[in-house]
Write a protein that binds this ligand. Sequence first.
Ligand code: SF4
Length: 244
Amino acid sequence: MEDDFRRLFDGIHAQTLAAMEKDLARISSLPELLAVTQAALQHTTRTLSSITESAGVKTACSSGCSFCCWHRVDAPAHEILLAARYIRAHWTQEEIDALRRAARQRAEEELRMDYAQRQRSIRPCVLLEENICRIYPVRPGACRRYFSGSIDACHRLWEDPQAEAAVGIPLLSDAGHAAGSAMLRAFAAAGYDHYFYDLSAALAEALEDEACEQRWFAKQAAFSADARTLMPPPGPPAPVIHSW
Ligand code: SF4
């Protein structure tokens, strides 16, 4: 059984990598590059749905439940730039300004925290409104591959992020990681920024300055070093809920 899963994850990784490499080789514009990112994320979602169905996996997730959206999210540059484009295209200027202020404030608060404090902080994502994700069609890969097997466990972790609670469904998170790591590997091999960034901090920068996406397309770092995800300190790892 373990070998079957290994083959499944290896197959997802290889297929995603081959498709991404082919797409990246033919692309000549920024919108095309972000369209490829969106298509790859949508493909990941379809793959996870198909595994859920064929393996008879029962998840505890449902629309309007947002416990997991209170844990911080890390995402690569291409996913954050895709979200920023979506927001610019679909939100009013007032809404964008309000989001920019909220994301900037969150980023400044996070800057004053060390790694462990960041991992322990429980606050609603700046993109969550009335328990619904406002960028659902372009939500980051970390949000797409996070499934819960137990609402009680989600609730316990929401109350105390250091609680002992088995939330995730390894089959789905490992399959999602296989696709996400292939995407990242393809972008890295093509020379694009492949750092992980704090979603709020990098989104604030993307909404403040459209040059972020031009820098990314020019194969430079899209966001500032302050927005990069902090690496864990040496020693026992702090609990990571919603990133990889
Ligand atoms: S981006 Fe959307 S799905 Fe992800 S944590 Fe924020 S509100 Fe939730």
